[in-house]
Design a protein around this ligand. Structure first.
Ligand code: ADP
Length: 501
């Protein structure tokens, strides 16, 4: 014992007190004694001296020693009390212990001289009692938490026989605790779970690990419910698994919602695929006769000598080509939407191909009296693209730059850029054209939208070009950005990941 223990001796006989005191003499530094001669004095000393232990005579001038047993709100004695009598009486001993004294001793020279041991033993016992009370307290708190919990709790033995379920279990399943205790936990199984799941579950928990998963279970009334569960082994102090604890949550509502959403998504995807395949068929049906119209008109122009008739046919061809462009765009869009993963990306060397593409456009810009400059600093960069999409992306952006720039210049740069350890091939198509108002910058990537819808409807176009460009770029794992100022011009920046850096 490391701290001094205070002991209150309640004894009216001075001689007896002295004998007891002598019993402690050799261990004075460990025990501090105080004497009270009757109950009322003892009660005062309990407050003043604050004893760790009371040794009290049974018969005192103003009552008996059991009156000193003070109890807390739960009826537990708050102080250990050893009761002494002058002669042994078994009945009396049992009675005293029942009342809450910790020990009972009969006064004798041996007892008095053995006082230190008796006290030490009592302190040990008292410590154990306090420890047990704390444990019981914890258990009480835990069980009330489990009882009131909103989660389903089930405890089984290692063979899956139910030992406990909480009220939430009763509420969800409709089974009362008495109906399930002693029966197998599989009582609530619905047969819709693959037997392999259970093999895996038992394997996991028997090896001492936690198992998590979802079950479709059956209530007492036959209705099904989804339960998300976590099952963990409970071990004894030697580490052996004694029970399994299942914590579950009724997730029927969210699970059903999820299933509905999945079905809706499937339906939506199916209808997109359907729409795309209808569009693809329609395109074929429209393009074939259109090609014939364009081809025949071209032949006719060569045959006709009258200039005004020639001009009329040229208008027909021009409009036909425009219609063909729109059809091509719709076809591209439906192709991308029908299956984004079907495009096989291949290596594309920027050094070899870009020059040819840009030279073609330099001529077109010149016809419109625009300055056209390009600077390729790709230095051997290779990107992974779907060639037709990649070239069409640049073609669409340059076409737009020329179309929306009445006068001024188009500047194109190609170079390498590092972002977060990934190197990108960066294409900037910059024009000094009509520009786009801030509020319309997001709009231009939407299907069939033209910023020029109102004031500048004089520009031809379907409003599909940039929508397709964005989708094509995404298929190739790239990205596109636009910066623009109304009346000053626009910069479209496209990036593709480089694979040889
Ligand atoms: P469109 O067939 O109308 O050109 P796009 O999808 O290619 O369709 O472009 C959508 C709209 O974005 C265009 O109608 C135009 O208003 C605007 N736009 C695109 N490129 C430019 C540009 N370089 N400068 C100004 N406006 C542009």
């Amino acid at each position: 014992m490391n701290s001094i223990k205070r002991i209150l001796i309640v004894e009216d006989e001075i001689a007896h007190f002295e004998l007891i005191e002598r019993g402690f003499e050799r261990r004075q530094s460990e025990f501090a004694l105080k004497r009270a001669v009757n109950i009322s004095e003892a009660l005062i000393q309990i407050n003043l001296f604050k004893p760790d232990l009371i040794i009290s005579d049974w018969k005192l001038p103003d009552g008996n020693g059991t009156e000193l047993i003070l109890k807390d709100s739960r009826g537990n004695a708050t102080l250990p009390i050893i009761l002494m009598t002058s002669y042994g009486n078994e009945n009396f001993a049992v009675e005293a212990l029942k009342l809450g004294v910790i020990d009972y001793i009969v006064k004798s020279p041996e007892t008095f001289s053995d006082m230190v041991h008796i006290c030490e033993r009592t302190f040990r016992e008292w410590e154990a009692i306090i420890e047990k009370r704390k444990m019981e307290d914890r258990i009480r708190k835990l069980s009330s938490a489990v009882e009131q919990s909103k989660v389903i709790v089930m405890i089984t033995d290692i063979y899956g026989t139910v030992e406990y379920v909480n009220p939430k279990f009763e509420q969800v399943t409709g089974y009362s605790i008495n109906e399930v205790v002693g029966r197998k936990a599989s009582l609530i199984k619905s047969d819709s779970t693959d037997p392999e799941v259970f093999t895996n579950l038992w394997g996991t928990i028997k090896s001492g690990k936690e198992w998590k998963g979802e079950f479709l279970n059956k209530k007492k009334n036959g209705n099904l419910y989804w339960e998300a569960v976590s099952i963990t082994p409970i071990r004894d102090e030697n580490g052996y698994i004694t029970n399994f604890l299942k914590i579950g949550e009724d997730v029927t509502e969210s699970k059903n919602l999820h299933i509905e959403l999945e079905k809706a998504l499937e339906r939506a995807e199916e209808s997109v695929r359907l729409k795309s395949s209808i569009l693809a068929n329609m395109n074929h049906e429209l393009r074939t006769p259109l090609m014939v119209i364009l081809g025949m008109n071209q032949l006719l122009i060569d045959e006709i000598s009258d200039d005004s008739h020639k001009q009329m046919l040229e208008r027909v061809i021009e409009s036909g080509k425009r219609l063909m462009n729109t059809l091509n765009s719709i076809l591209d869009l439906s192709e991308i939407e029908s299956d984004k993963t079907s495009f096989k990306l291949t290596e594309y060397s920027l050094d070899q191909n870009l020059e040819i593409l840009f030279t073609l456009y330099a001529r077109k810009a010149k016809e419109r009296e625009l300055n056209f400059n390009y600077q390729i600093s790709s230095n051997g960069l290779i990107i992974l693209v779907y060639e037709r999409f990649f070239e069409q992306t640049l073609v669409n952006l340059i076409d737009n730059a020329i179309k929306y720039t009445p006068s001024g210049s188009i500047n194109i740069t190609v170079d390498k850029e590092m972002i977060d350890n990934q190197s990108w091939a960066k294409f900037c198509i910059k024009d000094t054209g009509i520009g786009i108002a801030k509020e319309n910058l997001d709009l231009i990537f939407e299907e069939f939208r033209q910023v020029s819808e109102g004031m500048n409807r004089s520009f031809e176009g379907s409003g599909l070009g940039l929508t397709i460009v964005k989708k094509m770029v995404e298929v190739m794992h790239g990205n596109i950005q636009v910066e623009s100022e109304l009346g000053k011009g626009s910069i479209f920046t496209v990036r593709f990941p480089v694979i040889n850096s």
